[in-house]
Write a protein of this length. Structure first.
Length: 351
């Protein structure tokens, strides 16, 4: 295919040349580019030469992989491209650190989508990203992409497979958000920071923990992990109230309970028990003057810091999210101290 250029004011998309090798090498040292894309790590100059002189040039010659350098004010600040086959394609992009937050990639993706559904004759464009790559999702979300789901092991980084999100946009879809923003708000908490379900849902999205959308059922592979987590927290509660020896008794009892598993999976009874647990936990918090919503928000803040140095969750063998080196423990004592410092309020009852 004959290469072509796209323009939007001071933004230009044009085919990169070997004159861009040093700049591409420079940008691809960025940890975020290496974290979320498949560029080699460590990234060397010969990789940029092979990318521009091989992948880019060959893709345009065949017409099946079209890549543009994103230039702002004449300076290369990113890369965006799309594959092309049988009326469908996959879009991908990266942006230099100093160009982020300016809306440049949003504009660049808009130009590529215009070309995809226009002169390139596509009917469908797909987007993929590693689970947790919210900045990438925000770009295509603005253009009307729908996140269809999460596929285990779809992506490959070196010798490691990673779970990925998949989103799609069809030619006839409106080029505006198809639904309200479903990712982190202000990078910290959901819109309602006191809604326990919203906090937990954000944690699941943030770390790629499953959120089932099918019929209710406890007959699932991860139910054993979930039961173990409930028992673990119960043991911690018993230890906090009655002491370490009492906590070990709970751990021992749970081990015996697992050994006695007869395969019964009563979903209705489980739902009832989960509701009762939530009810009595909030009841205990109220009787003990523990501001549970405030404590939960603080624990949630800490939980979102459970990312490894590579920006990905550390998982125990059974799938539990572990604390990474950069984990910041919750300041529960501080939350309780603020509650204790509030002036007492006397309640009076009218006769």
């Amino acid at each position: 295919m004959e290469p072509f250029t796209l323009h939007d004011g001071d933004l230009t998309l044009e085919v990169p040349t070997l004159a861009d090798v040093d700049r591409v090498t420079e940008v691809c040292q960025d940890p975020e580019v290496q974290r979320w894309t498949t560029v080699p790590s460590p990234y060397r100059r010969e990789h940029a030469v092979g990318f521009i002189g091989g992948f880019v040039a060959d893709g345009w010659e065949r017409g099946d992989n079209l890549t543009w350098a994103l230039r702002h004010g004449g300076r290369l600040v990113g890369m965006v491209g799309t594959s092309r086959a049988d009326g469908s394609g996959e879009i991908g992009y990266w942006l230099a650190p100093e160009a982020r937050g300016l809306g440049l990639m949003d504009r660049a993706v808009g130009l590529v989508l215009d070309a995809a559904f226009g002169r390139l004759g596509m009917e469908r464009v797909e987007w993929r990203a590693d689970v947790g790559n919210w900045p990438s999702w925000r770009v295509v979300w603005r253009h009307g992409f729908r996140r269809e789901g999460q596929v285990r092991g779809m992506g490959v980084h070196g010798e490691r497979r990673v779970d990925q999100w998949v989103g799609t946009l069809l030619r006839e879809d409106p080029r505006e958000p198809a639904h309200p923003w479903d990712g982190p708000v202000a990078g910290v908490v959901p819109a309602d920071p006191r809604d326990p379900e919203a906090l937990v849902h954000q944690f699941h999205e943030h770390f790629g923990v499953p959120v089932a959308a099918d019929a209710p059922s406890v007959d699932r592979d991860r139910v054993h992990l979930r039961m173990a987590l409930v028992a673990e927290e119960m043991a911690e509660l018993v230890t906090a109230v009655y002491g370490a020896a009492a906590g070990r008794e709970v751990e021992t009892a749970f081990t015996r309970a697992v050994a006695a598993d007869d395969g019964a999976r009563d979903t209705v009874a489980t739902a009832d028990a989960l509701a009762d647990l939530v009810y009595v936990l909030y009841g205990m918090a109220q009787e003990c003057a523990v501001p549970l919503p405030d404590v939960l928000a603080e624990v949630h803040r800490a939980n979102l810091s459970k990312l490894g140095e590579d920006g990905r969750p550390l998982l125990r063998e059974d799938g539990k999210v572990l604390k990474a080196p950069g984990y910041r423990a919750p300041d529960v004592a501080g939350v309780l101290a603020r509650r204790a410092a509030r002036p007492a309020v006397e309640e009076t009852m009218a006769p």
